[in-house]
Design a protein around this ligand. Structure first.
Ligand SMILES: Cc1ncc(COP(=O)(O)O)c(C=O)c1O
Length: 391
């Protein structure tokens, strides 16, 4: 099935197709849901984004997919890393990353993890609260910190607002406090929201952020670092701009608002790894709830608790390939295998699937390399976590 619409040529990112991945899936059988990854695609996406980002350094957001092979490949490509925990820092170090290339970007950190990071040589930490700065000052004295701002204007499919960041006034206070605590407040960060499909959607957020940046400078802070976070999109069937053009446009918008910033960093996760993977899954059951039910229910061997957490609120809509593509389709409610009624993937907007689809059929979930394996529970209902194969 060709998922790319020709009339969108020029606007649609032609993702580096995970054809090796889909060929591998077609040629093999799997005894449980399996994510197959191609690190060549990760490297190609890294180069494409880096080309558009120019001098901005890429810190790969490890949480998107912590497969050691991906980290090793990105180390070889020259990437830096954004880690959320001690575990992710250790993983990066184990794959050859240098401590000075790792930023500790979670604003909610364990004190002992801060101490570990500091002792390991990590020098850059995120914060959005006074208590967090105190923890950093105590356990990583003299560290560089950047203050994360709340994003109010996200147009992303998976927004990261509310829980993270602080208001502009608070950010200025925190920079003062950081200085008093002996830390080095180097700059600001934000996250425009994950899967921000078009670069133009960054405009309102960048306007807000630039205002704070200029206020902090006027207040006497020598800012050297702007962390523009992630948000770089992947192809899930809806038009997205190609990575280099997208990143180029974002950087033009950054320059127009912030002027010359000594150090810009970006933290792409999804944009690097989503298109590098596909999941081999299986249909376990098809049914209707009554004779006159308009919808078919299709139950898969993978669900919200085994890798497809981003279907919460039907936010991320994956594309599916089946052996029966081309046959007549109908609206299907798609659900996972667990005994939890929350384990329904798409119901508000049912998925069009072949009506002949039946138990035992293979179903491939395309472009599923981001936020899947790392989201799978270890054994909910006794189902094993999503298996990972790296080609
Ligand atoms: C701090 C931080 N940076 C970067 C990312 C990666 O975002 P994305 O996958 O949208 O590129 C995330 C995602 O949650 C994040 O929390």
């Amino acid at each position: 099935m060709n998922a790319f619409a020709g009339d969108l040529a020029g606007r649609v990112a032609e993702p580096v197709r995970p054809s090796r991945v889909e060929a591998f899936i077609a040629a093999n059988s799997f005894d449980r849901p399996t994510l197959v990854l191609d690190t060549d695609v990760v490297a190609a996406n890294y180069r494409a984004l880096a080309a558009g980002l120019g001098a901005a350094r890429i810190h790969y957001a490890v949480k998107a997919n912590p497969a050691p092979e991906i980290l090793a490949r990105l180390v070889a490509e020259g990437a830096a890393f954004d880690a959320a925990s001690r575990g992710e820092i250790e993983l990066c170090l184990s794959q050859g990353a240098r401590a000075e290339d790792i930023s500790f970007g979670n604003t909610v950190k364990r004190a002992v993890d801060i101490a570990f990071a500091h002792q390991a040589g990590v020098r850059l930490f995120a914060a959005d609260a006074a208590e967090e700065l105190e923890k950093i000052a105590r356990h990583a004295p003299g560290a560089q910190v950047y203050i994360r701002l709340i994003v109010t204007a996200s147009e992303a499919d998976w927004p990261l607002s509310r829980k993270f960041g602080c208001t502009p006034d608070m950010a200025l206070d925190l920079m003062d406090q950081a200085r008093l605590l002996g830390l080095v407040p180097v700059g600001l960060s934000f996250h425009v929201g994950s899967q921000t499909r078009r670069a133009a959607m960054w405009g309102a957020t960048l306007d807000e952020m630039a205002q704070v940046w200029h206020r902090a400078q006027a207040a006497g802070h020598r800012l050297t670092l702007l962390n523009i976070g992630g948000g770089f999109p992947a192809f899930y069937g809806e038009a997205v701009e190609a990575p280099t053009a997208y990143a180029t446009e974002v950087m033009q918008m950054v320059r127009a608002r912030f002027g010359a910033v000594p150090r810009v960093m970006a933290e792409p996760g999804r944009g690097l790894v989503a298109e590098a993977g596909a999941i081999a899954a299986e249909v376990l059951l098809t049914s209707r709830k009554s004779e006159d039910d308009l919808h078919r229910w299709v139950y898969l061997d993978i669900g919200k608790f085994s890798g497809l957490a981003e279907t919460i609120d039907e936010a991320i809509r994956y594309q599916f390939l089946t052996p029966r593509d081309g046959e007549q389709t109908g609206p299907c409610i798609l659900a996972g295998p667990s005994c939890d009624s929350a384990d329904v993937l798409y119901e508000k907007r049912p998925v069009q699937l072949p009506l002949s689809l039946a138990s035992g059929d293979r179903i491939v979930i395309r472009n599923a390399g981001a936020y899947t394996s790392s989201y799978a529970s270890v054994g909910f209902n006794g189902f094993p976590p999503l298996d990972v194969v790296v080609l």
